[in-house]
Write a protein that binds this ligand. Structure first.
Ligand SMILES: [Zn+2]
Length: 82
């Protein structure tokens, strides 16, 4: 598990916890659903990373974009051609 990551040149501490709720502090991301490939986990990762990349974005915009990206990525990586 990584402990830090730079978003747009700014280093953030990374904390993954298996608890309910979503938090994003100034220089720490708390990935509330842990880090695995479940839909809740990937949504939280994308959502909190968006807060770090664009802290000025509204919660509504972050939620909309993270939901759309999560749905797109999950379709991409679970699609099985027939
Ligand atoms: Zn948020």
């Amino acid at each position: 598990m990584i402990r830090t990551h730079k978003f747009c040149g700014k280093e953030y501490g990374i904390i993954a916890e298996a608890v309910d709720g979503v938090c994003c502090y100034n220089e720490t991301l708390i990935l509330a659903n842990g880090v695995d490939m479940t839909a809740n986990s990937t949504l939280t990762v994308i959502h909190e990373a968006l807060h770090a990349i664009r802290p000025e974005m509204t919660e509504r915009d972050v939620t909309e974009i993270s939901n759309e990206l999560n749905k797109f990525m999950r379709r991409l990586y679970t699609f099985k051609p027939k």
